[in-house]
Write a protein that binds this ligand. Structure first.
Ligand SMILES: [Zn+2]
Length: 108
């Protein structure tokens, strides 16, 4: 699905499925990203508060939390798009002419 940290292939290399089915398709992935990001930040905040803050102080713990959270952004981006694409795979119209053409092309 991905060919770089943030760059996506336009279609699946195996079946030809077009990932961005319509302009703005991946805007919905922002909701998935928000949920994943809040969960991850909550876990990081608890770890920073109870594990780091007693040892290095609150400002250091907050700085470490921000650095780790920013390092996780590419992972959150990629997984949110993968989850969004899989959550919507069932909404594909099997009779979609463009999809049928892609399938025929891949059979040759
Ligand atoms: Zn595929």
């Amino acid at each position: 699905m991905f060919r770089g940290v943030f760059a996506m292939n336009p279609t699946c290399m195996v079946c030809g499925h077009r990932f961005e089915r319509e302009p703005g398709f991946f805007q919905g992935a922002m909701y998935v990203s928000w949920v994943l990001g809040v969960g991850e930040a909550l876990v990081l905040a608890l770890a920073a508060m109870f594990l780091l803050a007693p040892a290095i102080g609150l400002p250091g713990a907050i700085a470490a939390l921000v650095v780790v959270h920013l390092a996780c952004v590419p992972v959150l981006f990629r997984y949110s798009r993968v989850i969004w694409a899989h959550a919507n795979i069932g909404t594909l119209d099997a009779r979609d002419p463009a999809r049928l053409r892609r399938l025929d092309r891949n059979r040759l």
